[in-house]
Design a protein around this ligand. Structure first.
Ligand SMILES: C[S@@+](CC[C@H](N)C(=O)[O-])C[C@H]1O[C@@H](n2cnc3c(N)ncnc32)[C@H](O)[C@@H]1O
Length: 214
């Protein structure tokens, strides 16, 4: 029995969406929970992104979606979408979130293009171009240390999508595809930070703006 009941983080008018590109992250449940990095194609990074993107100290960010793009293994490309509005069983505990992710992947049915695999988690065979194409410029951003400082970037409309790489960063082909989709490069600061920290810094900036604008 699950005793943890996430507290609602009140949804804002703006949807926040993060796309994390797992360059070699397994697109199947075929990885070991005690060796997420080696056996999962750096699935450990993606699991840390779940906490950074979806959780605050007192519960779930209901205004946030997280797309984990899994590009490793035979089922790639596969996108797992976590929707803060409906997701359940998230924890600050990485091991439990890794298990949630693994179970979601194991629940997929062979040959099905898109399906719900757990409460608030959908799986679909999608490329980065597919995912980025859901966002309308100027609301599509690529997180890049050499981009424009996010603090000075106006986010025009009701929602914003941010694409971030894993430890390998984004490939040239992915960068080019994002440019074609109209993405703007934005920086969260001068230091090259870890993937999950870049997400945290974006949330922090948007949280501050939300308070400032009421
Ligand atoms: C650990 S970094 C990748 C480092 C990789 N060696 C590279 O050259 O891209 C992971 C991701 O975090 C994001 N990132 C890291 N530092 C950032 C910064 N200062 N501003 C914006 N995004 C950043 C980028 O999307 C990057 O692909």
């Amino acid at each position: 029995m699950d005793s943890y009941v996430p507290i609602l983080h009140p949804p804002g008018a703006r949807l926040r969406r993060f796309i994390v590109v797992g360059a070699r992250a397994k697109s199947s449940a075929d990885f070991k929970l005690h060796a997420l990095g080696d056996s999962g194609g750096r699935m450990d990074i993606l699991v840390r992104c779940i906490r950074a993107a979806m959780l605050v100290a007192d519960g779930v960010r209901r205004d946030t979606q997280l797309d984990l793009l899994l590009l490793g293994g035979n089922d790639a490309p596969l996108a797992l979408r976590m929707d803060g509005a409906t997701i359940r069983f998230l924890r600050p505990d990485e091991r439990r979130n890794a298990r949630l992710l693994q179970r979601a992947l194991a629940a997929r049915h062979a040959g099905v293009d898109a399906e719900m695999v757990a409460p608030g988690i959908a799986a679909a065979r999608r490329s980065l171009e597919d995912l980025a194409g859901e966002a309308m410029p100027p609301n599509l951003f690529v997180l890049d240390r050499h981009g424009d400082d996010l603090r000075g970037v106006r986010i025009a409309d009701a929602s914003a999508t941010f694409v971030v790489g894993d430890d390998l960063g984004l490939s040239e082909a992915h960068r080019e595809a994002l440019v074609q989709c109209g993405a703007r490069r934005v920086s969260v600061g001068p230091a090259e930070v870890h993937t999950e920290d870049a997400i945290t810094l974006v949330h922090n900036e948007l949280d501050r703006r939300a308070v400032a604008t009421g």
